[in-house]
Design a protein around this ligand. Structure first.
Ligand code: ZN
Length: 415
């Protein structure tokens, strides 16, 4: 963790500033803290492998004791929940390898860790809307120099799209140490990960951010009123107005898979005390993205549209540029590696390759089948297109293939 990140951290319980306790075990350089103990007015917290752990759940206490005994290796194992010695050794080997992929690392964490569909995350329908909205709002309020925070951002897939919007690294906050560790290493290199509890006050200073966002997680938060109050506090600063975004939260009035404890559209709106938020049905935003833009945030969905929308997007801001029509632009160069979407089976076809859309499971097809609106059933890539992938330049035929997610811009060493 960068030393300067201490400026935005606060104890979630007493609100005091945090500082490295120099008298206890620590490893640091002039710019960053690798391992150590952070103290405030009321307690001490471990900082493990560059990640501050600002909650007091059992693993945090165990890790803190290991650090005080000068054993950062055991502290990290505790935060990863690796109790079994042979599994812990296997994980340490993968973690210290320069060639291990995100997938290798997830597998080393065991079958209970991230089951699911991370391989396909960058092209799933929920993701493409979250990415478009986060970038449109983030670009408007960050102005290239303010800080963003992705709360409950898991392993950093959406945090990744915030990286180029500001010179200041975004903060990724999540309860799961393993997820934010993976994010910093693979999905969002350069972000500042913080391990904290979304059901507790947020461990950050008032006004520390220009943009506070949370996607695909808010329906699982129990303390929703506190969470929104905290998001409002985080962007409550002097200068340009910031923005709060809650993306893809389920609607109490419709059923959806992994439902959580959602509210009605007006229930969500009532959580806000210092802003009047706008609530959008996700379906029409999805339509904007599939059409190639613009993303129309001037839209006012009527009550019927909101009531029948399985997922909602909520934006609160006083910035005049937010509720506008935002063009959806594509970067001209890959941030990571251009690869064929793993949802396609590949078959050689002359000089090129023939791709056929193939879902991994029935459940995937049920939950994410809307990707058919942009992923063609079959497509043939010629030799020139395949060769162009290695250049990382998004030009010529690749522009449309990247827009439709047949070709995806994946983190380096993803799988
Ligand atoms: Zn404290």
């Amino acid at each position: 963790m960068l030393i300067e990140t201490l400026d935005v951290l606060r104890c979630p319980y007493c609100g005091g500033r945090l500082a490295l306790v120099d008298s206890l075990f620590h490893q640091r350089t002039s710019e960053a803290i690798q391992d150590g103990i952070l103290g405030c007015h009321c307690c001490i917290f471990p900082l493990v492998d560059g990640i501050p752990v600002l909650h007091v759940l059992p693993a945090s206490t165990v890790a803190r004791d290991h650090l005080q005994a000068g054993r950062p290796d055991l502290a990290r194992r505790a935060m990863f929940g690796l109790d079994d010695d042979s599994q812990a050794e296997a994980f340490d080997a993968v973690a210290s390898s320069d060639t291990a992929t995100y997938r290798d690392t997830v597998e080393a964490l065991g079958p209970n860790f991230e089951g699911g569909y991370f391989l396909y995350r960058f092209s799933d329908p929920t993701y493409i809307v979250a990415q478009a909205v986060a970038r449109a709002v983030g670009k408007t309020v960050l102005g290239g120099g303010r800080r963003a925070i992705d709360i409950c951002g898991g392993s950093g897939h959406v945090t990744r799209t915030l990286l180029d919007l500001s010179e200041v690294p975004p903060v990724l906050a999540d309860l799961y140490f393993a997820k934010v560790w993976l994010a910093r290493r693979f999905t969002a290199p350069g972000c500042e990960p913080v391990c904290c509890d979304g059901n507790a006050p947020m461990p950050f200073a008032r006004g520390a951010f220009g943009f506070a966002m949370c996607t695909d997680a808010f329906m699982y938060i129990w303390t929703k009123r506190q969470f929104v109050g905290e998001m409002e506090r985080l962007i409550d600063g002097a200068g340009e107005p910031g923005a709060v975004l809650i993306g893809h939260t389920h609607n109490e009035r419709t059923w959806s898979p992994s439902h959580g404890q959602p509210l009605t559209p007006e229930g969500y709106a009532d959580l806000f005390e210092t802003f009047e938020p706008r609530v959008f049905g996700e379906g029409r935003l999805f339509g904007d993205v599939v059409a190639g833009g613009p993303l129309d945030l001037t839209r006012r969905d009527d009550q019927h549209a909101l009531d029948t929308s399985p997922a909602l997007t909520i934006i609160a801001s006083r910035h005049p540029g937010v509720f506008a029509r935002h063009p959806l632009t594509q970067p001209a160069a890959a941030a990571g590696e251009l690869r064929i979407n793993p949802l396609y089976a590949q078959q050689p076809d002359g000089d090129g390759v023939r791709l056929r859309l193939e879902f991994p499971t029935e459940e995937y097809a049920d939950e994410y089948g809307a990707c058919r609106e942009y992923l063609p059933e079959t497509v043939t890539l010629d030799r020139a297109a395949i060769d162009a992938l290695a250049t990382g330049r998004v030009a010529g035929d690749l522009v449309e293939l990247v827009r439709r997610k047949v070709i995806v811009d994946l983190p380096k060493r993803y799988y």
